[in-house]
Design a binder for this molecule. Structure first.
Ligand code: E4P
Length: 224
């Protein structure tokens, strides 16, 4: 299971990169616009925080395949390391994906809402498909069921394409995806924290502290 952080907030990236087994960072134009920073300094700082070995997914904004490919090459060259270009599903996007496959640049096909879209993206050579789970749940769909079907379809068709489920509001949505065999999820800092939080854990830790202090006061193990 790969946990990825879905933000361009440098503070959140620094924190989560240090405290969680993070596989990388995903962004999209809306996420980047939220930071109100210059594009290249922001992206190069993200790369320098996570280092070259973790995945960085950055989306194109062009609408024609040739321009998407040009943007992808520029991004891959300037950001280096484990880089994936995010391209929304569509005819131009599929064409760009097939062209980029030949160039050896990994594509994450994004804005996926159906298993049919995911399978087509995989056949075009996408390395990842990113279904938007919470946006489906918001319109009374079943995002987790869609993710589960995509996972099983890719397995049935023996595709190397991996599922990078996206658009989460809750830890339950994210963990359900993991149980369905989804390869990776990209989540906010809040969802990442919620994935490890439990009131019983807090109570257990408080009990350990209380009992220790009751006997040894503020001494720690290294004081003995
Ligand atoms: C992935 O990177 C997607 O762009 C992102 O998770 C979408 O999330 P949202 O539905 O919360 O905007």
């Amino acid at each position: 299971m790969i946990y990825i952080l879905d933000t361009a907030d440098l503070r959140a990236i620094r924190h989560c990169n240090e405290f969680y087994p993070l596989g990388g960072v995903t962004t999209n134009p809306s996420i980047i616009a939220k930071e109100k920073r210059d594009f290249w300094p922001l992206l190069t700082e993200i790369r320098s925080i996570i280092g070259p070995d973790k995945m960085l997914h950055v989306q194109t904004v062009a609408t024609k395949a040739e321009d998407m490919v040009a943007e992808a090459k520029l991004l891959a060259e300037r950001l280096g390391g484990e880089f994936y270009v995010k391209i929304p599903i569509g005819e131009e996007g599929l064409r760009a994906t097939m062209m980029l496959k030949k160039e050896g640049i990994g594509v994450t096909m994004t804005a996926i809402f159906t298993p049919a879209q995911a399978l087509m993206a995989a056949m075009a050579g996408a390395s990842f498909v990113a279904p938007y789970l919470n946006r489906l749940d918001n319109i009374l769909g079943d995002g987790c069921a869609v993710v589960a079907e995509i996972v099983s379809q890719l397995e049935k068709h023996k595709s190397d394409c991996k599922v990078l489920a996206a658009s989460f509001k809750t830890a339950e949505q994210a963990h359900k995806c993991a149980s369905y065999g989804c390869h990776s999820v990209t989540v906010t800092e809040g969802v990442l924290k919620a994935l490890i939080s439990h009131p019983m854990t807090d109570a257990a830790i408080a009990g350990f502290e209380r009992d220790w202090i009751g006997l040894y006061g503020d001494k720690t193990i290294s004081d003995f």
